[in-house]
Design a protein around this ligand. Structure first.
Ligand code: ATP
Ligand code: MG
Length: 429
């Protein structure tokens, strides 16, 4: 991807939204008052230069980030989400923006994959603890030189050329999660991993560095990777660099095609899915699609997911296939079986059909979409008040509503009078 960088950063900063500008000016003013120099950096600076939106404002101060954050919240509002005095970082939420403020710092890694030992420092040293040059572009927000670049020009060149480059040869050993990050940014921006960086990355993978990071951090990185818009490309890069071999044992390259289809299906359904839809879980279902039951189980166990998500990933394939056959043949009873599935699994059924035979997939997609729409609308005809007037006890209403909804979805109750008949029979029992 050709990237155009406008060097006039002050102009770029003035093109931010008014909320972003206000925050940056407030931090700038606080910095001046406290005698601490402040910069924007990280994804926020990178994305300003690339012309992409980013809702996380990453700031660095040569001073006390925690104290500055507290003063910011007091003077300008916003909620302090976290203050970490050990790592000299603070997070504030203001409107729909997140502000990450960190003290410029040096980091030392006692052992591979361990969390670092941190010491306050200057931005010159702060640079070296960062993952890649494209994420270490510091733009001053100090009054004297507002908008000026405060780092090596070479980092801008990397951004312009679309190159992901680490700062030193032990970078991936210090923090192996950077392997995932390199792949994620390469896929997101269509960048290349610079050749020496790629070699270092492959060496770290060969040396088993991924085993040094906790399952929690692996899960987090995998989730970020699979939620990317370009997740299929990310998995493609993971195959090309050796990350897939180390982190996704048994998964074949054919998964890339499935993930592409899966993204399209998800996009079709997007407006019907609630906030609780778990894109990571859905993409994981697709990624693990062709693994044997035993391998899938082994992989899922390493992720340490919660019970419900684990159950979704280990749901018997034979049951899924049975429901899918019902959908294809349009046997109404499939809706009753599908009652125990989550939306992630319903979309996975569409993927299963589409990956075998696209025309059948389209038919299945339509039926599943109708079903999901119906799920959202098929509530009982009778209100809670009516049910209580009929004689149902208040504490029974939850279970009763679920039962009626199930019957409505299964097509067994189609009208209010049918529902009334069912309720009368229920009362007589
Ligand atoms: P995104 O747009 O995905 O948020 P980002 O670059 O802002 O990308 P963050 O995880 O928000 O990524 O981190 C902010 C900055 O902190 C990064 O740009 C980078 O400079 C630094 N950083 C984050 N994680 C690491 C890491 N594991 N090692 C070194 N530096 C890191
Ligand atoms: Mg960020």
């Amino acid at each position: 991807m050709a990237v155009k960088i406008k060097i006039n950063f002050s102009r770029q900063l003035s093109a931010l939204t008014s909320a972003e500008r206000e925050i940056i000016n407030s931090i700038s003013g606080l910095g001046a008052k406290r005698g601490e120099r402040a910069y924007i950096v990280g994804g926020f600076a990178r994305d300003i230069l690339l012309g992409f939106p980013n809702f996380d404002i990453d700031c660095v101060v040569e001073g006390d980030a925690c104290a500055l954050a507290e003063e910011f919240a007091k003077s300008f509002g916003g909620n302090i989400v976290s203050v970490n005095r050990k790592f000299h970082t603070a997070k504030i939420k203001k409107d729909n923006l997140t502000i990450d403020i960190a003290s410029a710092r040096e980091e030392k890694y006692a052992s591979a994959g361990a969390l670092p030992i941190v010491r306050s420092s200057t931005i010159k040293h702060d640079t070296l603890r960062r993952d890649f040059t494209i994420n270490a572009i510091y733009i001053s927000i100090n009054r004297g030189d507002f908008g000026h670049l405060s780092c090596e020009k070479a980092y801008l060149t990397d951004l312009r050329k679309g190159l992901i480059r680490v700062f030193h040869k032990n970078s991936f050993e210090d923090d192996p999660t950077r392997i995932f990050r390199a792949v994620r940014f390469a896929a997101r921006f269509g960048f290349n991993i610079e050749s020496n960086t790629k070699r270092l990355m492959q060496k770290a993978l060969k040396d088993g560095m991924l085993k040094k990071i906790s399952s929690f951090r692996v899960k987090r990185e995998l989730s970020l990777l699979l939620k990317e818009k370009n997740a299929p490309e990310a998995i493609e890069i993971a195959f090309a660099t050796g990350l897939a071999k180390a982190a996704l044992p048994g998964i074949k390259k054919t998964a890339v095609k499935d993930l592409k289809t899966a993204r399209l299906i998800w996009f079709d359904f997007f407006i019907y899915l609630g906030e609780q839809f778990n894109l990571f879980l859905y993409m994981l279902l697709v990624l693990l699609k062709d693994l044997s039951c035993a391998r899938r189980k082994k992989f899922v166990e390493t992720l340490n997911l919660n019970k419900k998500d684990t159950a979704v990933l280990l749901y018997p394939r034979s049951r899924m296939d049975k429901i899918l056959r019902g959908i294809i043949k349009n046997i109404p009873a499939w809706r009753v079986d599908a009652d125990e599935l989550r939306d992630e699994q319903l979309l996975f059924l569409v993927l299963l059909a589409a990956s075998k035979n696209p025309p059948t997939g389209a038919k299945v997609e339509k039926r599943v979409m109708d079903y999901i729409l119906m799920l959202k609308t098929k509530k009982p005809f009778h209100s809670s008040f009516e049910l209580m007037r009929m004689g149902f006890a208040c504490e029974k209403l939850g279970g009763l509503t679920k039962e009626i909804t199930g019957k409505r979805r299964g097509g067994k109750i189609l009208s209010k009078s049918q529902e009334y008949g069912f309720l009368v029979r229920k009362l007589k029992k």
